[in-house]
Design a protein around this ligand. Structure first.
Ligand SMILES: *Cc1c(COP(=O)(O)O)cnc(C)c1O
Length: 406
């Protein structure tokens, strides 16, 4: 295979055609009813989780961050494989509830939780990761009205960051969490108010491929949590260490060294740090990102001023991230292949544009690919996380992409 960039292991060529789970893409498309579609590999997700279980100490629990991909059949598939779920809205809780996932396994982070969302979570027994003193007060008041102690943790805005992380969510002034210097005081106060105390949630960043940086952030997270617990004079039933494990999207990206991260966590576990505290990692992208491919077809092939454009039947309304408009600093091509000639040599340089009437809808620039004609299938990899769910599906009225778990 010679597609651009790092194509996840799990995809292969069969008779020159892209295949998933040993089955050619054309066969999956025939079964699903054609492009545009996201195909997700259950096998790749299961293997990824198994690799994590092998690399990490038994003491570390694994949560799935639902926002990466909340598609219900995917949630049902992941349900028996992980310990818990992290949600970011009451709407995501409804999806979990419908999938039969227990509230006790669920925690709810996110700024701007409305009273109605707090009430839903408290009634169900979902853990609230409180983002501010004001939110904690509202949760206490709602709990009182309901006659129910909220299950409550405090999200801390740490005084450090995950170095080199793709999206900064900590370090400095942030909308997320309670500043580290205020967290102990608030924790003491909610414990005294009689909440069902769950501990701290400290999320330092996302999309890191640097094992040392992740280990350093985990070390800092544990140190901070111990300091805050001592200062507040409380114990921690649970410490959510965040996640931030990234996946390689671009040529030259090296995959995260999971074993290096695991080794450091083994050292922490061996030192019996925070005995009696459940240690949790919450991962979204790392569990599902590489297990998805977005499949489209060429609708038009045209030349303009010496450049070739392939226009496909999908676009940023399904896969915004591949267009570089979802938090990317520099626009680079996601791994792409002409799916029915996946191991052919590159023959031409093309721009791949979606069918939306906006110049933003460009999914690859100057990509070196085998020649593709109208009707040919184009595969865009790394589409399992922040794909369908993080794209403006209603924009321009083309409708959603299909989704299929294989
Ligand atoms: C977005 C988010 C995650 C998941 O991030 P990934 O990069 O998908 O692993 C986990 N925790 C919190 C609090 C988040 O906001």
């Amino acid at each position: 295979m010679k597609p651009l960039g790092p194509v996840p292991a799990g995809f292969a060529a069969v008779d020159g055609e892209l295949a998933l789970g040993g089955v050619k893409i054309s066969e999956w498309l025939a079964e699903a009813g054609d492009t545009p579609i996201f195909l997700y590999s259950g096998d790749m997700i299961a293997k990824r989780i198994e690799a994590l279980r092998t690399a990490l100490p038994d003491r570390i629990e694994l949560n799935y961050a639902v926002k990466a991909n909340p598609w219900p059949p995917l949630l049902e598939f992941i349900e028996p494989l992980v310990d818990g779920f992290d949600i970011a809205s009451a709407g995501e809780w409804l999806l979990l509830d419908e999938a039969g996932i227990a509230a006790r396994r669920t925690s709810f982070a996110g700024p701007g939780k409305r009273d109605e969302e707090l009430r839903t979570a408290i009634e169900a027994g979902v853990t609230l990761n409180c983002e501010s003193a004001g939110e904690a007060d509202r949760a206490l008041a709602i709990g009182e009205r309901l006659g129910r102690a909220p299950r409550l943790a405090i999200r801390v805005n740490p005084d450090f960051e995950l170095r080199g992380s793709g999206m900064k969510m900590s370090g400095g002034a942030k909308v997320f969490g309670v500043d580290a210097d205020k967290a102990a005081g608030l924790a003491r106060r909610v414990v005294d108010a009689g909440v069902d105390w769950q501990g701290f949630h400290i999320f330092a960043g996302s999309q890191s491929l640097d094992a040392d940086a992740i280990s350093e952030a985990q070390r800092n997270t544990i140190d901070l949590a111990r300091r805050l617990a001592n200062e507040a004079g409380i114990t921690l039933p649970k410490l959510n260490l965040g996640g931030g494990f990234g996946i390689p999207y671009f040529a030259g990206d090296e995959p995260l060294d999971l074993y290096a991260v695991g080794e450091k966590l083994h050292e922490i576990a061996a030192a019996d740090v925070l005995p009696g505290t459940r240690l949790v990692l919450e991962l979204g992208r790392y569990l599902v990102g590489q297990a998805g491919v977005y499949l489209t077809r060429v609708v038009d092939r045209k030349e303009s001023q010496g450049e070739t454009f392939l226009v496909i039947d999908g676009g940023l309304h399904h896969q915004l991230a591949a267009s570089g408009n979802f938090g990317a600093v520099v626009k680079r091509n996601y791994p792409i292949a002409v799916a029915h000639r996946v191991d052919a040599e590159p023959e031409e340089v093309v721009n791949i544009c979606g069918c939306l009437c906006t110049p933003l809808d460009r999914l690859a620039t100057q990509a070196h690919l085998p020649r593709a004609e109208v009707g040919d299938p184009i595969a865009i990899f790394c589409a399992g996380a922040y794909g369908a769910t993080a794209s403006p599906m209603h924009f321009l009225g083309h409708g959603p992409a299909r989704e299929m778990l294989v």
